[in-house]
Design a protein around this ligand. Structure first.
Ligand SMILES: Nc1ncnc2c1ncn2[C@@H]1O[C@H](COP(=O)(O)OP(=O)(O)OP(=O)(O)O)[C@@H](O)[C@H]1O
Length: 318
């Protein structure tokens, strides 16, 4: 449904003599029909720029792409007809009602008045917005407003929907509700591409994920495949203030430890084969160094561990 090769984009730095910003440095993608595909990465990784290029909002400097059968560079107008796009923060107006927004959007796509009213009605029902459809958008909760944004993006029944950070700033219940709407669209056959910097969102929502950093894809696959590449377990050790250095020194010598990373100021993240078997051994090592940990937690690897393994940094701390 989406195929790209070598898609790239640079922005001028804005200052004379300073090099341009290579926001996207050659991205190859193959997104299948009916998938929820995610771009996961820290701020500034190039997710929005990639999405905006695919949605025809900015022209790539190079590379090729076909989206829903149309050529992005040769025929952007045709691509635009076949896709929907929801920007970060959405596009609803405070004083306008949800129903008015939807009717207006349907009309923008060239729909006749009666048909636009019918489509708005269907969308309100599908997104469970009917109850407050005739109130101004400023009275909606963040989650309700986000659902209107998504309904606006799909009012013309596109084949592909692009969502930029669909749940940023929402509380957990509203996020769950938005995820349910996205899954429903997939069940109806739509291909959905989302950007996110939330690890749990990429993990729970996306069928496949491209982890991006500095404008390039550093890993790609299903969340499970990516996490399985990080063999073994992760043990998180919380320490009293100022003890991290001493604890790290004692643990680094342990033969069962593959890698050790700092977790915040007073924590350590240990990578090892068998966490349950290692915990008593590392407790003994810490005891020998006179360090009493506050907490010890055994975890399965996360997508952040994949990012860490590829880039040496953590998304959460980037
Ligand atoms: N209009 C612009 N002019 C100059 N530089 C830009 C412009 N837009 C983005 N950039 C730069 O390009 C890089 C990629 O930005 P982009 O917004 O695509 O990242 P992102 O992964 O979507 O980040 P975020 O999650 O913060 O939106 C960043 O270094 C950013 O500062």
């Amino acid at each position: 449904m989406i195929e790209t090769t070598g898609l790239r984009k640079s922005y001028p730095s804005g200052k004379r003599g300073q090099a341009a910003v290579d926001a996207v440095r050659g991205i190859d993608l193959d997104v299948a029909a009916g998938e929820i595909f995610g771009f996961l990465g820290p701020n500034g990784a190039g997710k929005t720029t990639t999405l905006r290029m695919l949605a025809t909002l900015i022209r790539p400097d190079g590379g090729e792409a076909r989206i829903a059968g149309a050529d992005l560079l040769a025929d952007p107008a045709e691509v635009r007809r076949r896709i929907g796009y929801v920007a970060q923060g959405g596009g609803t107006t405070d004083a306008v009602t949800g129903r008015e927004e939807l009717v207006h959007q349907a009309r923008m796509h060239g729909t006749g008045k009666a048909e636009a009213l019918r489509r708005a009605d269907d969308a309100l029902r599908a997104f469970e917005l009917t109850e407050f459809a005739d109130r101004p958008c400023r009275t909606y909760s963040g989650g309700q407003r986000r659902r209107v944004d998504i309904a606006l993006g799909v009012i013309h029944a596109p084949k592909v929907l692009f969502l930029d950070e669909p749940t940023v700033g929402l509380d957990p219940a509203s996020r769950g509700h938005v995820w349910a709407e996205i899954r429903r669209l997939r069940a109806e056959g739509m291909t959905v591409v989302v950007t996110t910097h939330y690890l749990d969102e990429a993990d729970a929502l996306c069928d496949r994920v491209a982890i991006v950093d500095h404008g390039g894809i550093v890993a790609e696959g299903t969340p499970d495949t990516l996490k399985r590449e990080i063999s073994g377990d992760v043990v998180l050790v919380g320490l009293p203030e100022g003890e991290a250095e001493r604890a790290a020194k004692a643990l680094r010598e342990q033969p069962y430890l593959h890698r050790l990373e700092a977790q915040g100021d007073d924590g350590l993240r240990l990578y090892l084969d068998d966490g349950a078997a290692a915990i008593p051994l590392l407790m003994r090592a810490l005891d020998g160094a006179g360090v009493a940990p506050r907490t010890v937690q055994l975890q399965r690897p996360s997508l952040d561990d994949v990012f860490l393994a590829r880039t040496g940094r953590s998304i959460e701390q980037s």
